[in-house]
Ligand binder design. Structure first.
Ligand SMILES: [Zn+2]
Length: 338
């Protein structure tokens, strides 16, 4: 069973390479789309091919535009060959790409979004497995996606904020290293306990600097993907509804956006904190010892300095604080001992 975006991506590369599609589609997929799907992730120089693929599915030549099944018919037409064997997989490859978007480019930064139909409970390959052609057509016709345009705009803006935050954090950490008191105090506030002396604080500053460079580099790369977590959403709906976002252990740089961030409570501040939090999991292997709700103040008793350095929310809130994004009240509320 396919669990992650990376797995679905690899499977799609495999199906496109090994399977035969309708003649025109086959050469397009085996040249342009193959180039789009690099081994390390999507290639933004080929983003126009992704748009072409989607337009050819949405507006196929000669199709009646009013029919609800235009897209399903176009995918089945592209996926068919004399041998019906693996028709579901070929359709799944096209349907997967139908819902992957290139949403923004600023400098070196590109952002991708995977927004499959809301109604799907699995990645397309498992969703379509074993369906006959009539069932497959009906499943292919689902188009209403999990993410709205507004959600996608927040993914882009949030990543932009997270990148700006990391850049400012790195400046503050450089000052902290040069003994500037206010910058050292910020590090102490979120990561030091009663036993942290000056030398230990210097070591913290070194580790934070290395970590924030990694997070900055992902925010500024062309490989960051925001995806639906389709399997968790269908198998653990209550967890999905109470979670902001999460990452899985996988090769590609993917942040799965869950219900809390998608809802009205997903503020600008929360998006940026969440992106730093999730990328700290991915890049520095931080954990979730405590969330902000239970308090993040390091203390020798319940939350020593080494645990705070390991805790994703401390990275997110420290970055927000350095960037002046937290009110005094918020800082007070979060800085209680867990
Ligand atoms: Zn976490």
């Amino acid at each position: 069973m396919i669990e992650t975006f990376t797995d679905a991506y690899r499977k799609t590369q495999d199906v496109i390479t090994k399977e035969t599609f309708e003649k025109d589609w086959d050469s397009f997929l085996k040249t342009k789309i193959k180039k789009l799907m690099g081994d390390d992730g999507l290639n933004d120089a080929e983003a126009a091919s992704l748009t072409k693929l989607q337009n050819d599915i949405k507006y196929p030549k000669g199709a009646a535009k009013t029919s609800r099944s235009v897209e399903a018919d176009a995918i089945l037409e592209a996926a068919k060959q004399d041998d019906a064997n693996k028709l579901q997989d070929r359709a799944a490859a096209l349907k997967f790409l139908r819902h992957v978007y290139f949403i923004s480019k600023r400098g070196a930064q590109s952002i991708w979004v995977c927004s499959p139909p809301k109604r799907y409970a699995n990645w397309t390959y498992d969703e379509f497995a074993g369906l006959n052609k009539v069932e497959l057509k009906s499943r292919l016709a689902h188009k209403t996606e999990i993410f709205s345009t507004g959600n996608m705009n927040k993914m882009s803006a949030g990543t932009q904020d997270a990148l700006a935050w990391c850049q400012k954090v790195l400046i503050s950490l450089a000052s902290a290293k040069n003994k500037v008191k206010k910058d050292r105090d910020l590090v102490s506030r979120w990561f030091a306990d009663e036993n942290t002396d000056d030398a230990k604080l210097d070591a913290l500053i070194e580790k934070l600097t290395a970590g924030f460079k990694k997070i900055r580099d992902v925010c500024n790369s062309n490989q960051l993907v925001f995806s639906d977590d389709t399997v968790d959403r269908s198998t653990q709906p209550n967890l999905w509804k109470t979670t902001y976002a999460l990452v899985h252990d996988e090769k590609l740089h993917v942040i799965y956006v869950e219900k809390v961030l998608l809802g009205r409570s997903g503020t600008k501040l929360e998006w940026a904190i969440t992106i730093v939090h999730e990328l700290s999991h991915r890049e520095i292997k931080t954990k979730d010892h405590f969330y902000s709700e239970s308090g993040l103040k390091p203390n020798a008793g319940s939350f020593p300095s080494d645990k705070a350095l390991e805790n994703a929310d401390n990275w997110g809130f420290y970055a927000a604080n350095v960037n002046g994004a937290l009110t005094k009240g918020k800082i007070q509320a979060v800085l209680k001992e867990p």
